[in-house]
Write a protein that binds this ligand. Structure first.
Ligand code: AMP
Ligand code: MG
Length: 535
């Protein structure tokens, strides 16, 4: 008689691969770059690497998939999640999708370096797809190598988990495994190609379906396959909406609009800039997906983009994200049109995005300011604050956190103490000038009057503000420092950041330094303020 695998062990993971079972695959799955027609995926195995070694794992994600976190330390874990071995039940594949990149239809893109290992069924019965990023080329790799460098993999691992703990809908990350192999990259696209250490992230999500999955079949006029994918998505990703049909496809689209609005409002709340909001990087579940040249807002500037490729057009700048999401949703709506037959209900659902987003933004700004609810005349208060923050170059995270400590409205105190949120958060080398000080004092007086009218007790307001305004975010320069140390073999900062970012709303006095403003040296340093798509 065979012994059963121990509960929580790697061998005990149970797979139920609905995507490959329920949708048509590539009839000729040879692993060479090409156009793949009539299929939602191609079966392809990860390419083995020289020396897989675990650099970090997320115990919470291990538990989520039903794995005992101790299991991550086994050599077998690094073998599987570095791409050298498969567990029983895994059926690896790369998905076919297209996308609009920077506003232009780009044709077939697909998982060029992402390989889905399988859908694990967790102890609660939830299906979670395990996906390796950087596990070698697939039929969708075009001219690229299918690999990922340590710096980009570490950034994805660290940030996607931090986003989860910040309460932002996101794909998760189980592990970061070094491949032991170099990858050639031109980090700044300056003609300076150098070998960098390679690494593989294992991402986890209930579904990795993107807007582009639908767009590719619509663009090719393959409406039968489009319909199959829509049926599948409705049944598995939106099971409460009912039987597939034109009306439920509209409801599905409306739900994607709603979730996308909620996701983007969270991005704005925490100061996250995705950097490459192409339609192939938009999740049907409204999850933040594909962490590339993303960045964290330091001084408030709606025009800021971390992505050097976007420096000219600033299409994906912080303040444009809500509008770009609507543009992307419109492309998804167009792709679904052949299945719905009538543009009006789709148009109407798309319009719900703006209303949902506007409502989410107002609720979010009221919460950031500690107000129990948004009132119709709060708009000038918020607009004036944003204008002031931009002028005074105030750090998005530090400002709101410091505002919490503003004393009770009726306490008389000196100007400097009152101005603390602006002064502490400002990046202006000379500090605030007289005009800015006067404007800030005026705003603070209005804000205090508003808080008084709101009537919330001080402690309740402070607690509410602490719950939505994080103390710790994975600041660009911190991630860069963690990368430089990891490249030199020292993983301590990565692990410290991982631990601190697990509780981003808590004061952690021993880690006060990790909540500090960006130091001056990082202002223009590559990796800190500018990132390329090279990854
Ligand atoms: P991204 O800009 O990361 O969203 O990638 C756009 C497309 O390029 C997707 O189809 C990716 O899978 C593919 N891609 C990016 N980098 C690589 C790589 N190193 N090897 C193969 N495909 C890649
Ligand atoms: Mg992508």
């Amino acid at each position: 008689m065979c012994a059963l695998p121990a509960r929580g062990s790697l061998e005990s993971l149970r797979f139920d691969n609905r995507f490959v079972r329920g949708l048509p695959g590539d009839a000729a799955p040879r692993n060479a770059p090409r156009q793949v027609f009539g299929a939602c995926y191609s079966r392809v195995a990860p390419t083995a690497v020289a020396a897989p070694r675990l650099l970090a794992c997320a115990p919470e994600v291990a538990r989520l998939i039903g794995l005992d976190p101790e299991e991550c330390q086994r050599p077998e874990f690094a073998e599987v999640f570095g791409g050298n071995a498969l567990l029983p039940g895994m059926e690896p594949y790369a998905a076919c999708y297209g996308g609009h990149q920077f506003g232009q239809w780009a044709g077939q893109l697909g998982d060029g370096r992402a390989i889905n290992l399988g859908e694990v069924v967790n102890p609660q019965g939830l299906h979670l797809t395990l996906q390796l990023k950087g596990a070698g080329p697939t039929p969708y790799a075009r001219t690229a190598d299918g690999r990922a460098v340590l710096r980009s993999s570490l950034r994805e691992f660290l940030c996607s988990e931090a986003m989860h703990h910040l309460g932002v809908p996101t794909t998760r990350a189980l592990s970061l495994v070094a491949t032991g192999e170099p990858v050639l990259r031109d980090m700044l696209y300056s003609g300076n190609i150098r070998p960098e250490p390679g690494a593989v992230v294992c991402r986890v999500a209930p579904s990795f379906t993107r807007f582009g999955h639908f767009e590719i079949h619509a663009a090719r006029g393959d409406h039968a396959l489009l319909r199959q994918l829509a049926d599948y998505t409705l049944r598995h990703d939106f099971p409460t909406l009912g039987e597939p049909g034109p009306a439920t496809f509209v409801e599905m689209f409306r739900e994607v609009c709603r979730r996308t609005a909620v996701m983007v409002a969270h991005w704005m709340r925490v100061g996250f800039v995705h950097g490459v909001m192409n339609t192939d990087n938009m999740s049907i579940l409204g999850l933040t997906i594909d962490y590339g040249p993303y960045g964290w807002l330091e001084d408030y500037d709606p025009d800021w983009t971390p992505n050097t490729t976007d420096a000219q057009g600033r299409r994906y700048a912080f303040g444009r994200q809500p509008k770009v999401a609507a543009w992307n949703l419109a492309r998804l709506g167009e792709a679904l049109l052949p299945l719905v037959g009538d543009v009006r209900p789709l148009q109407e659902a798309l319009e719900s995005y703006s209303a949902t987003y506007a409502q989410a933004w107002r609720a979010m700004m009221a919460a950031k300011l500690g107000l129990s609810a948004w009132q119709a005349d709060d708009e000038p208060l918020v607009d004036d604050l944003l204008a002031l923050m931009q002028q005074a170059e105030c750090d998005w995270t530090i400002f709101f956190r410091t505002l919490v400590a503003l004393p009770a409205p009726d306490t008389t105190m000196d100007e400097d103490a009152l101005l603390a949120p602006f002064v502490h958060a400002s990046y202006l080398p000379e500090g605030l000038d007289a005009g800015m000080r006067a404007a800030a004092l005026d705003w603070l007086a209005r804000y205090q009057a508003r808080c008084r009218a709101d009537g919330r007790p001080l402690e309740a307001r402070a607690a509410a503000m602490h719950a939505v305004n994080p103390k710790y975010v994975p600041r660009n320069y911190l991630a860069q420092q963690a990368i430089e140390r990891a490249e030199a073999g020292d993983l301590s900062l990565l692990h410290t950041l991982q631990a601190v970012l697990r509780r981003p709303y808590d004061e952690q006095p021993e880690h006060e330094a990790l909540a500090a403003k960006r130091p001056e040296w990082a202002r223009h340093k590559p990796g800190c303020s500018m990132l390329s798509c090279s990854s």
